[in-house]
Design a protein around this ligand. Structure first.
Ligand code: E4P
Length: 218
């Protein structure tokens, strides 16, 4: 399973890359706003900076919600760097734009997916990635990991090459769960990636090994 970091923070992206396990980056307008990046020129420049750090897909989201606007914005975003995946929301105009942009060879990450039917529509339109928001599904009292299982099963049954990206990951537990469910990618906040490393028995075990070594080696 590929690991993406879900942030627009340059320091976090650099730190995640230094770990040697980073495959890509996802951003969204909320994450860009959190970094204080405003105005189209600055936003596009920030995407370029992220792309130059990461050797893998970088998702950049459109703001437009009409077909013409999404297509125009999608083309602009895709021209920033070759590793940009254009993030398009799961709305009717978005699906039409996914078809158009995918036909032009632009890779699309269909975002705000909350059902297997929506994932199927995105795949049929040619999206390279679909992003079910599992944390937000959990928030509504439904099972986000089960949604991943359903989408993976449908894509396998019909041979869709669209990758399933588990988004809105909220806890370290989501990672093995989505991996087991067959997700191709999980995108996590930087803190969640850090949390994955920790197990108390690892720390206790390491301390004992080092103490035992010191006892006999000084
Ligand atoms: C990533 O592609 C999504 O935009 C992100 O994971 C959403 O996460 P949130 O539900 O924590 O905002």
């Amino acid at each position: 399973m590929k690991f993406f970091v879900d942030t627009a923070n340059i320091d976090q992206i650099q730190e995640a890359r230094a770990l040697g396990i980073l495959d890509g980056v996802t951003t969204n307008p909320s994450l860009m706003a959190k970094e204080g990046i405003t105005g189209q020129d600055n936003i596009y420049e920030h995407y370029a900076n992220i792309c130059d750090i990461v050797n893998g897909p970088v998702s950049a989201e459109v703001i437009s919600t009409d077909f013409d606007g999404i297509v125009q914005e999608g083309r602009e975003l895709a021209s920033i760097r070759s590793n940009i995946y254009v993030k398009v929301p799961m709305i009717k105009e978005g699906v039409k734009a996914i078809k158009q942009l995918s036909d032009e060879g632009i890779r699309i990450n269909c975002t705000l997916v909350f059902s297997s039917a929506q994932a199927l529509l995105a795949a049929k339109a040619g999206a390279a990635i679909v992003s079910p928001f599992i944390g937000r599904v959990d928030d509504t009292g439904h099972d986000g990991v089960q949604l991943i299982e359903q989408i993976v099963q449908i894509f396998d049954t019909y041979g869709y090459e669209t990758e399933v990206l588990a988004a809105s990951v909220r806890s370290p537990l989501h990672i093995p769960q989505t991996a087991q469910a067959g997700a191709d990618i999980a995108t996590c906040p930087f803190q969640t990636i850090n949390d994955l490393f920790y197990h108390p028995l690892t720390d206790i075990g390491l301390e004992k090994f080092l103490n035992d070594y010191k006892k006999v080696n000084g």
